[in-house]
Every structure is written in structure tokens, then in C-alpha cells.
Design a protein around this ligand. Structure first.
Ligand code: NCD
Length: 305
């Protein structure tokens, strides 16, 4: 099997450090990288909606001098005729040097990686994982906080279906001294497997609460998330839960002066627009960092220095 990125745990902490350093170098010296991927093609196979992830992958490949092909929805691909992910990937791996795939089914990119002749990057699989969002989040944390240790990290909102939360928890629990505060309604709590297989196994400290107001003063990072409407079986449940948390300036009064406010975006109502002007808000930095870290990742998986 060629080297793919399906789960953030496939990267060692040293490899994450290298990717961060590479992204920093790309930010500082973009001209050095402008031709690195000349003659190479990235395919973006998106079976689910996306703005940032797909466009930042595409922008990343263009800024490396490469080209892009792909589809933006299952409807526009032969999936709508019943083609399997395995067959599609076998075909596309003859057309492209690397593939970024988003799919509503958990595990689809892993199946793809088993069939593909070229590296597969998981760009989000159902309510499971989203490793490249985690890399974008980590570049942001690194640039704002200077490192990954001794942080109290609040995750707020849909912790059950929010795949970015699962991958980020996995990654940040590998560093010393971090503590997690999981803030959610009972129906959207962090999955048990994250608690037992990730946090308990590593002896990481965490607490679960419903109250954003009570926990906000302790946090170094507040990671807000959207309630994932598309994963609900029942519209009434979604409508009841969607506005459980709305972060506004009033609630931020009790937060640390250097707490950072993160969100993978898209936001719906969970952060009021007034917060955008708060110097602690860094969700738009995350989107830009996503492009740079994806450039670094494409280079790594293609074996280009
Ligand atoms: C996230 C996703 O797709 O999981 N978006 C993204 O990639 N930036 C978060 C979300 O959709 O809520």
C-alpha cells in the first residue's frame, strides 16, 4: 500500500513537527515552492459538500505548480450510477498522482487507500475523522500558542458527530500536560471510544459538562463546532439542539485574555458575528493555515522536498 493519510495517528509527533516547519517555510518563502509539483495532478473526489477543504486542497496544488481534477458531488460522478468507491479510485489513480477524498461513509477513504496506486488523503469520512483539518488546527495552535503542551482545551457543540473534534482530540492528547473539557448537550457527547481508547488509555485528564459559561474561564483554547445536521436521523432533534451554544462577547468576558477561539467552519449560529472582531478569534486564520499545511502534506506524500 502506498503512503496515505487516513487517520491523524498515522503521523508521529515528529512528522507533525516536520509538517508544521514545512508549512512555516512555505509561508515565509512561497517562491521556493511555486514549481515543486509541476507535472503532478491532484484529484479531489468529494462525495459530500465542502468549501474550505476542497478549495484549499486545490489552491495548495496550484500554488505548488501542479494541476487539479475531480468532482464536487456524488451526483456528478458515476457513484450516482452505482459505481463502488474501490472501482472509482482504481480508475482515478491512473489519472492523478494523489487523491483527496471526502465521503459520508466512515471508512470509505481507508477502503480507497487499499485499492489505490497513489496516496489517498482522507478529507473527512462521515462522523469519524478529518485529519487535515487537525493539521490546519495544529498549525493555528502552534502559531498562536507557540506549542502543543500544557493547554486546557474546551471542545464545544456537537462532539458526537463532529469529526474534527475526534481527530483533534486524538492528536492533542499525545502531548504532555493537556487537559480536555468536553462541553455538549447529553445527546451530543464525545463518543465512548474516544474516552476509553484515546484518553483513558493515555491517562489524559478530561471532564464533561453542559455549561459553556462555567468552563470558559479555565480554557486556553475554545474549539466551537456546528451541530452536524446531515448526520441526524430526526429533524426535530436537530432543531431542538442546534442553538444550544451561541458564543458572544458577553460570554467571552470571563475568558482568559489570551484564550483562542477556534472553529473548523462553516459556522451556523454558534459564534455571533460580533466575535469576529475579537482579537482572540482565529477561525479565519485556520482556513488560511489549512492551505499551507495541505501544501506541506502533498509534498510529503509525493516524496518531494
Ligand atoms: C468541517 C467538516 O467538514 O467536518 N468542515 C471543514 O472541513 N472545515 C466541520 C463542519 O462541517 O462542521
Amino acid at each position: 500500500m502506498v503512503e496515505s493519510l487516513i487517520d491523524i495517528n498515522q503521523l508521529t509527533v515528529e512528522e507533525i513537527d516536520e509538517l508544521i516547519k514545512k508549512a512555516e517555510d512555505i509561508i515565509a518563502n512561497p517562491e521556493k515552492y511555486a514549481h515543486k509539483c509541476e507535472g503532478k495532478k491532484l484529484a479531489t473526489l468529494f462525495y459530500e459538500p465542502s468549501t474550505r477543504t476542497r478549495l484549499s486542497f486545490e489552491a495548495a496544488m496550484y500554488e505548488l505548480g501542479g494541476n487539479v481534477l475531480g468532482f464536487q458531488s456524488a451526483k456528478n460522478s458515476s457513484a450516482s450510477k452505482g459505481e463502488s468507491v474501490s472501482d472509482t479510485v482504481r480508475v482515478v489513480s491512473g489519472y492523478a498522482d494523489i487523491i483527496a477524498m471526502r465521503h459520508p461513509k466512515e471508512g470509505a477513504p481507508l477502503v480507497a487507500a487499499m485499492k489505490s496506486l497513489v496516496p489517498i488523503i482522507n478529507a473527512g469520512d462521515g462522523g469519524h475523522n478529518h485529519p487535515t483539518q487537525t493539521l490546519a488546527d495544529m498549525l493555528t495552535i502552534y502559531r498562536k500558542k507557540g506549542g502543543f503542551e500544557n493547554l486546557t482545551i474546551g471542545m464545544c457543540g456537537d462532539l458526537k458527530f463532529g469529526r474534527t473534534v475526534h481527530s483533534l482530540t486524538n492528536a492533542m492528547s499525545r502531548y504532555e500536560g493537556n487537559k480536555f473539557v468536553f462541553i455538549s448537550p447529553d445527546e451530543l457527547k464525545i463518543p465512548d471510544y474516544i474516552k476509553t481508547d484515546v484518553l483513558d488509555r493515555k491517562g489524559v485528564e478530561y471532564e464533561e459538562t453542559r455549561s459553556l459559561e462555567e468552563s470558559i474561564p479555565d480554557l486556553d483554547i475554545l474549539y466551537m463546532t456546528r451541530v452536524q445536521q446531515e448526520r441526524f436521523f430526526n429533524e426535530a432533534d436537530y432543531l431542538r439542539l442546534r442553538d444550544t451554544y451561541i458564543l458572544n462577547e458577553q460570554k467571552l468576558k470571563n475568558a482568559k485574555k489570551d484564550m483562542i477561539i477556534m472553529h473548523p467552519l462553516p459556522r451556523v449560529n454558534e459564534i455571533s458575528v460580533e466575535v469576529d472582531d475579537d482579537p482572540r478569534a482565529c477561525y479565519f486564520d485556520q482556513t488560511l493555515n489549512g492551505k499551507y499545511i495541505r501544501m506541506a502534506l502533498i509534498l510529503k506524500l509525493l516524496g518531494i522536498n
